[in-house]
Design a protein around this ligand. Structure first.
Ligand code: CO
Length: 205
């Protein structure tokens, strides 16, 4: 019930203050998160819960299938604020196996506006067609596409003017690609990290 949420909130807030009387005063004064999380809207993949991070510790942007659209003013505003104002050094793009967005992108029938949103996934699938065609099992193929899409979003983020500009000014920003398993609750690093010092785009002398 909806009222349960408000009741829970009252107990939670009281518990925090009981532990630390200045808890909310401190948080209200300043947020200093170390991480920007770009994840799927899926209700089963809540950034704070699965990473054990507390309020104030992770800046979050979520959309269907954790995509980085070049013209997405929402994501770009979050990204710019994260890099320029919060000076966040680690960006995590986190997708998840069993993602409905990935599945919908590969279905033949039309869903609506979401088909436009999911277009980048079909682009990734086209680019990796020869590899994906070798995977017989439908779920395994979609999960591989999920991984490939995460890597593509990591690359896409690194190409945004916000990240490029930060790197030109020698601001350290690492972009990580992770995938979450709905079946086991575990995060896996896809090792598709993008950092200036790794890819030679802007190697430090
Ligand atoms: Co999803």
């Amino acid at each position: 019930m909806l009222s349960d949420l408000l009741d829970h909130n009252k107990r939670w807030a009281a518990g925090r203050v009981a532990e630390d009387p200045d808890y909310f005063k401190r948080l209200a004064g300043l947020q200093q998160p170390d991480y920007l999380w770009i994840g799927c809207s899926d209700s089963r993949v809540p950034a704070n819960v699965i990473t054990g991070l507390e309020p104030g510790e992770v800046f979050v942007h979520r959309n269907v299938a954790n995509l980085v659209h070049r013209g997405d003013i929402n994501l770009l505003s979050v990204l710019e604020f994260a890099v320029e104002a919060l000076e966040i050094k680690h960006i995590i793009v986190c997708g998840h196996y069993g993602c409905g967005g990935i599945r919908a992108a590969m279905e033949d029938h039309r869903h609506g506006i979401i088909d436009h949103w999911l277009q980048p996934i079909r682009d990734v699938a086209d680019d990796a067609k020869s590899e994906l065609d070798t995977i017989r099992d439908d779920n395994a193929r979609l999960n591989r596409l999920c991984e490939l899409s995460i890597a593509a979003q990591v690359q896409g983020l690194s190409r945004t003017p916000i990240i490029q500009s930060a790197r030109k000014r020698r601001i350290e920003v690492h972009i990580h690609g992770w995938v979450y398993g709905l079946n086991d609750g575990l995060l896996r690093d896809l090792n598709c990290d993008h950092a200036d010092d790794k890819n030679g785009h802007h190697a430090h002398e």
